[in-house]
Design a protein around this ligand. Structure first.
Ligand SMILES: [Zn+2]
Length: 169
């Protein structure tokens, strides 16, 4: 399985290096407890959005949405990362949507099976796939990190052509 290393700014990794990793979700009950303990309040639709990573052991780890992915991962490489939306009821929680939106790790859409497996390990049903697939590419000319929109593989900073293949290793 492909491990993604942190590719974001070193200052951020340094700044969060003493923060505890994200909460390891190993059962729906534990997730409910985390939502309560971490004072995560659902919006009007019952949704809570959180930062998540799948650690190298295939465990789903979550943290407040404002948290950096590298903090959630304890500075370690991950199998995937992004944002996860929970549908929170009074007594139960479901996964509403998941994306691979993490500029810290820039995981590929192909990392979905690892996310589905981690959600399964947490005892929850997984959605069919990422709700939104983000494509990240690094510009070979100016080294800017680009988020590909509408299949336009052109650097937003310098107009250089971006590679078709993922290149953030
Ligand atoms: Zn560029």
């Amino acid at each position: 399985m492909k491990l993604y290393n942190y590719v974001g700014p070193q200052e951020i990794a340094d700044a969060v290096s003493s923060i505890a990793p994200g909460f390891a979700v190993l059962s729906p009950a534990a997730l409910m407890q985390w939502l309560k303990d971490d004072r995560q309040h659902a919006d009007g639709d019952g949704h809570v959005i959180a930062t998540f990573v799948v650690d190298r052991h295939g465990t789903l780890r979550v943290a407040d949405r404002c948290s950096e992915h590298v903090a959630c991962a304890g500075g370690q490489p991950v199998l995937s990362a992004g944002e996860i939306t929970f549908q929170v009821g009074r007594h139960e929680v479901q996964i509403h949507a998941v994306t691979n939106q993490s500029t810290g790790y820039c995981p590929e859409p192909a990392s979905w099976p690892q996310v589905a497996a981690a959600i399964g390990k947490a005892g929850l049903p997984a959605p069919a796939g990422f709700h939104v697939n983000f494509l990240f590419r690094k510009c070979s000319q100016c080294h800017a990190l680009n988020l590909i929109k509408e299949n336009v593989f052109v650097c937003a900073m310098c107009d250089a052509r971006l590679p078709a293949e993922w290149n953030l290793a």
